[in-house]
Design a protein around this ligand. Structure first.
Ligand SMILES: Nc1nc2c(ncn2[C@@H]2O[C@H](COP(=O)(O)OP(=O)(O)OP(=O)(O)O)[C@@H](O)[C@H]2O)c(=O)[nH]1
Ligand SMILES: [Mg+2]
Length: 328
């Protein structure tokens, strides 16, 4: 067993050396490691952790087709032109009607790629939702540790996992469009709670001002105490209003930094991540245990109820941990 272990260690060391030397290829490989749950990905993230925390993270979320990629592309170009290095994680859109959305994203983002200092990485929307979120957040950490000053995270805001990813940012931008029902969808999906800033995109189409007013009214009712999100109009496709969105993001984070809200949010983010990693780790460790599966199958075959079986199993697992001296 010595040889494979040594090989794994040196693979990690080689990757780290190249990563620290600023090689983009090493960054790409590092992200693949976390995406594919490479056995050394935990050690990799531990090793770069001291360099994490310098970047500003902006999450951009919203319904499919709202113009998130177009806006993100504009923000990347805006910050790139201002001399800031930008790293971008786009969690692949799943909109069934677009089919070629990923390719579309790549084509639109090529403009950003051609700008020096902008790195774009797409991640596949596959595996468990929790796994996706964790991989995307880990990718953001890697971009941060690599030295990018601005880290952008694009996710489709339709499910809880995407909202979690958005909540993993320092500042969360929710993109909506005047297309009917978007404001209702925003409330339903819990996007109202995660948003630090609303962008009403496609303001060249009818109903944009009305949606802006609706959102402002809702925010006035719901969020009187917390800092109230600004609601901006934007035409991302024509690059109109994008600079204003960037400035609003900068205003918001300066305010959150001054108030201590940013620090609190980063702490909450780390805590949530530990919690999810623990759950995921336990699930991976335990559920594959042949014994547990067999015990569950036996109990069910004896007519025990699923809830009862689960309770008993949890109790016996905890007893096992205590016999072994408790958690480390
Ligand atoms: N009219 C109009 N169309 C826009 C605007 N911004 C983006 N679009 C178009 O809206 C469509 C979707 O844009 P994307 O940027 O791919 O939207 P998205 O939210 O990233 O989409 P998914 O990632 O698939 O959820 C594209 O055809 C864009 O050209 C805008 O300001 N006005
Ligand atoms: Mg997109």
């Amino acid at each position: 067993m010595t040889a494979p272990l040594t090989a794994a260690t040196s693979a990690l060391e080689d990757l780290l050396a190249e990563f620290r030397a600023g090689k983009v290829g090493a960054l790409a490989r590092a992200i693949s490691w976390v995406e594919n749950r490479h056995p050394q990905s935990g050690a990799l993230l531990d090793a770069v952790y001291p360099q994490v925390g310098r970047a500003w993270r902006t999450g951009v979320t919203g319904p499919p087709g709202a113009g998130k990629s177009t806006l993100v592309d504009g923000l990347a170009r805006h910050w790139g032109a201002a001399g800031r290095s930008v790293g971008l994680v786009a969690v692949d859109p799943t909109s069934p009607f677009s089919g070629g959305a990923l390719l579309g994203d790549r084509v639109r983002m090529d403009r950003a790629l051609s700008q020096t200092g902008v790195y774009v990485r797409s991640m596949a929307n596959r595996g468990s939702l929790g796994g996706l979120s964790l991989a995307a957040v880990a990718a953001a950490d890697l971009l941060d540790a690599f030295g990018f000053q601005e880290v952008l995270l694009e996710t489709v805001g339709v499910g809880q996992a995407e909202i979690d990813v958005a909540a993993a940012a320092d500042t969360t931008v929710v993109v909506l469009t005047p297309a009917s029902g978007d404001s209702v969808q925003a409330m339903k999906a819990g996007l109202m709670e995660v948003a630090d800033l609303f962008v009403v995109n496609k303001a060249d189409t009818p109903g944009a001002e009305r949606l802006q007013t609706e959102l402002e009214d809702m925010l006035g009712l719901r969020r009187a105490a917390a800092p109230r999100p600004e609601v901006l109009l934007c035409r991302a496709l024509a690059d109109q209003g994008v600079a204003e969105v960037a400035q609003a993001i900068e205003r918001r984070r300066a305010a959150d930094q001054a108030s201590g809200r940013l620090e609190a949010r980063r702490r909450a983010r780390d805590l949530a991540r530990v919690r999810r990693l623990v759950v995921e780790g336990l699930r991976a460790e335990l559920w594959h245990e042949q014994e547990i599966q067999e015990a569950a199958a036996r109990a069910l075959a004896h007519g025990e109820r699923p809830d009862e079986v689960a309770r008993k199993l949890v109790r016996s697992i905890l007893e096992g941990i205590q016999r072994n001296g408790g958690p480390a």
